[in-house]
Design a protein around this ligand. Structure first.
Ligand SMILES: Cc1ncc(COP(=O)(O)O)c(C=O)c1O
Length: 414
């Protein structure tokens, strides 16, 4: 190769045209409408115009949480909102029941322990969701009411397993246990059906960069009246996260400190988009993405990490890498060759799984493109699959009369 052609070749390898394929389970693609909203001039966060925007954003967020209770917006990541939920409701040494569904449940447990809470961590295999029966048993054994909160992750982003929150609520109600129910809906809000009020959740924790289609930077809570009462008695030290300060001026649309003004413009636009589409349709769209991805994985002959079909996540799928292949090497090659980002294996799953995010601002052809990239990369990297099999299987969710009827059924079941 001459110097000239080598330089040309290097350029060809590095210059990218078209859109990058961001198929990680968050941060997700930010729609153009939201990008334009974010790009508006920053204004006085104590003025009436901003207050109006903030009120609309908060009302929209409540719609997505499916709550008529309080909601707060922090300038934080999801981890900040995790901490805020614990320090607003609990006291040092309080017992909290948590369940090891995966990496994020483990991180949240570690945080609770560092904050001085006493965590009973129900062991799990990182392939199943919260076992409501195990929660029920722990609550039944808790005769003195020592457990002050049950804190679980709805959609475990590290494994692609969605727990059935309503079953956990039922287990708590059947035991007439007074613990608070605190739920991480970080990778489910705005993509998988989530009902804060109906499921009797006391604090739902979420953030901006997943189903809400925004960049990272906003932490969110939906808060029940019972959680507000618990906050009055809670003795955990807190200042920045304090709900009282956040909710004091909520009707006026003001914040106790400088909010992320431009992200709140984006939030207002994002919740408008979700409301226009309507939540049932948003959930049905994600259900079809999940189903299409799972059909592709099965057609490739690979294994879905989630061990229970009733707990499949519709916002991401974690795929077990075949023996002899490292998932991160594979991900790196997919990125270099096709400009496609896939999610890494987290914690004990590092190198063993890769994750396809299928949530947020996504349509059928974007997902088929991503599945096509994964498929080509597998063939190029010596993973034995039938060429075209995954993409063809995924298409059956949307293609033809029979598929249309099936897709409708998937949407109705949602
Ligand atoms: C389920 C879940 N909980 C918590 C977090 C932590 O959120 P953040 O990284 O925004 O702090 C994440 C991040 O991906 C998550 O997926």
């Amino acid at each position: 190769m001459t110097l000239m052609t080598r330089e040309y070749y290097t350029l060809w390898m590095t210059i990218r045209r078209g859109r990058h394929f961001l198929q990680i389970p968050g941060p997700t693609n930010v729609p153009d409408r939201v990008l334009r909203a974010l790009a508006q001039p920053t204004i006085d966060h104590r003025g009436q115009e901003f207050a109006r925007i903030a009120r609309e954003a908060i009302d929209g967020v409540k719609l997505v949480f499916q709550t008529e209770g309080d909601a707060v917006i922090y300038p934080s990541s999801g981890t900040g909102a995790w901490e805020a939920a614990l320090v607003n409701t609990l006291s040092p040494g309080d017992k909290v029941l948590m369940v090891e569904t995966g990496h994020f449940a483990t991180l949240w447990r570690n945080m609770a322990t560092r904050l001085g809470l006493s965590v009973d961590f129900v062991p799990g295999d990182w392939r199943h969701g919260v076992d409501a029966g195990a929660v029920a048993q722990r609550l039944a054994d808790d005769h003195g009411g020592a457990i002050k909160a049950v804190a679980i992750v709805h959609n475990e982003t590290s494994t692609g397993v969605a727990s059935r929150v309503a079953d956990v609520r039922r287990a708590m109600d059947e035991r007439r246990h007074g613990a608070l129910l605190i739920v991480d809906a970080i990778s489910s809000l705005g993509s998988i059906d989530y009902r804060h009020d109906e499921w009797g959740v006391d604090v739902t924790v979420s953030c901006s960069q997943k189903g809400l289609m925004l960049p990272p930077g906003l932490g969110l809570h939906a808060i029940s009246a019972k959680a507000r009462r618990a906050a009055k008695a809670s003795r955990m030290p807190r200042a920045y996260w304090d709900w009282d300060a956040m909710l004091a001026d909520k009707a006026a649309g003001f914040f106790p400190y400088t909010p992320s003004t431009n992200l709140i413009y984006g939030l207002k636009e994002a919740v408008r988009m979700l409301a226009e589409e309507t939540l049932p349709k948003v959930f049905a769209r994600h259900r079809r993405f999940g189903e299409a991805t799972r059909r592709a994985v099965r057609a490739w002959g690979l294994e879905i990490l989630c061990g229970n079909p009733d707990e499949y996540s519709d916002s991401l799928t974690a795929i077990v890498m075949p023996d002899g292949h490292d998932a991160d090497t594979f991900r790196r090659k997919v990125l270099e060759r096709f400009d496609l980002s896939l999610g890494t294996g987290l914690g004990r799953l590092a190198g063993k799984v890769f994750r396809i995010g299928h949530l947020g601002d996504l349509n059928e052809l974007m997902l088929l493109g991503a599945l096509g990239g994964v498929e080509m990369a597998m063939l190029d990297n010596g993973i034995e699959i039938v060429p075209g099999s995954g993409v063809a299987a995924a298409q059956t969710v949307w293609r033809g009369r029979k598929a249309l009827a099936e897709a409708e059924a998937i949407s109705l079941a949602a």
